[in-house]
Design a protein around this ligand. Structure first.
Ligand code: FA5
Length: 339
């Protein structure tokens, strides 16, 4: 190949590369032009360089020099294009590539689930009433879920069909384990470790194989409360329950207590609120049974106490006028965004 043809090809390359780099107004376009001209494998400069072998020995030094100059010129055009991008100025003029007056890209923020919001609000209210918040395990043994709570062996609440058992004694020779069916387990755990006076609440998930309907779900949340001291009475329980209901559901809320039965409280009540023309149960409560105190080493002659276990979903539903508990767990973003 003649030297003149070779240098002409380099000149053409330089011209077209300069034009392309000048037009490249974004980082992606600059990169595209870099690969096109300076790409190590198939770049156009590499293509011309391959022709160097066809130049005569005498003309080769001049051809090599021209090739080097072109390479430097292309590199310079690339550097300029990149620095223009960085400084926000195009080669064509001084139009800013980045317009700081444009609205920014907005990112969708996550949302706190209504049940999580309810849990933190309930914890705040109970905190103001002097109750501290404690936690407890969701996988429990039979001792804490039933035995220490004075629930006899033959009690229907222990039925394997009404619980999510994870293991049975006959299989493992150990204490059967289950997903806790109530947060009352935490009463026992706290009393085992703490001397009275005690004033705690515990909010968390519980599990029961209930069929889902408008007011039941197989996984739901309870708020357990426990107050143990000398001379705690049923009047204290009613006062706390009323204050709590009014703080969370508003002054005008109508609540009532109905006599009931729980193996771990005596006497026991169930609590309802009035909603949409009917009474809806939202929790159980009562004075801690002396047998429960004995199971944790307390002397029932010295201390008394009350306990309650309330359905968090039912409270949240009443507060936000959600009529079907399943709505809380469909993960429908449009629904959840309302809270
Ligand atoms: C109990 O679980 C007792 N541990 C409450 C208690 C604690 C009584 C301390 C005395 C002293 P019960 O099974 O009734 O009680 O459940 C309490 C509340 O949980 C119910 O009133 C209801 O609001 C809620 N609840 C029960 N089952 C479901 C369910 N499947 N889905 C949603 N909420 C439920």
């Amino acid at each position: 190949m003649a030297l003149v043809t070779f240098t002409q090809r380099l000149e053409d390359l330089k011209e077209s590369a300069n034009a392309d780099f000048q037009k490249a107004t974004t980082q992606a376009l600059v990169e595209e032009a870099r690969v096109k001209y300076l790409g190590a494998k198939n770049g156009l400069l590499k293509e011309v360089q391959k022709e160097l072998g066809k130049i005569s020995k005498e003309e080769k030094p001049l051809a090599g020099k021209a090739l080097n100059e072109t390479k430097q010129a292309l590199q310079k055009a690339l550097d300029e294009a990149e620095s223009q991008i960085r400084s926000g100025v195009t080669a064509a003029g001084d139009q800013p590539l980045f317009d700081p007056t444009l609205p920014g890209t907005s990112y969708t923020l996550g949302h706190i689930h209504p049940i999580t919001q309810t849990i933190s609000e309930l914890s705040d209210i109970m905190g103001r009433l002097g109750f501290s918040v404690v936690g407890g395990p969701e996988v429990e043994d039979e001792d804490h879920n039933f035995n220490a709570l004075n629930i006899p062996q033959e009690h229907p609440a222990r039925d394997p069909l009404d619980n999510f058992y994870l293991s049975f004694a006959q299989e493992t020779n150990k204490t059967p384990m289950l997903l806790r069916s109530q947060t009352s387990t935490v009463q026992i755990r706290v009393m085992e470790k703490t001397k009275p006076p005690i004033r705690i609440v515990s909010l968390g998930r519980v599990y029961r194989p209930d069929t889902a309907d408008a007011t039941h779900y197989p996984m739901f949340h309870q708020m357990e409360g426990l107050y143990v001291d000398e001379k705690v009475t049923m009047a204290d329980l009613k006062t706390v329950m009323h204050l709590f209901a009014k703080s969370y559901l508003g002054e005008g809320v109508k609540v009532r207590f109905r006599p009931s039965f729980f193996p771990f409280t005596e006497p026991s009540v169930e609590t309802d609120f009035y909603w949409n023309g009917k009474w809806v149960e939202y929790g159980g409560a009562g004075m801690v049974d002396p047998n429960v105190f004995r199971a944790v080493g307390y002397d029932p002659e010295e201390v008394t106490g009350f306990a309650f276990g309330l359905g968090v979903e039912r409270l949240c539903m009443r507060r936000h006028n959600v009529t079907d508990i399943r709505d809380l767990y469909q993960n429908d973003v449009q629904f959840l965004r309302q809270f």
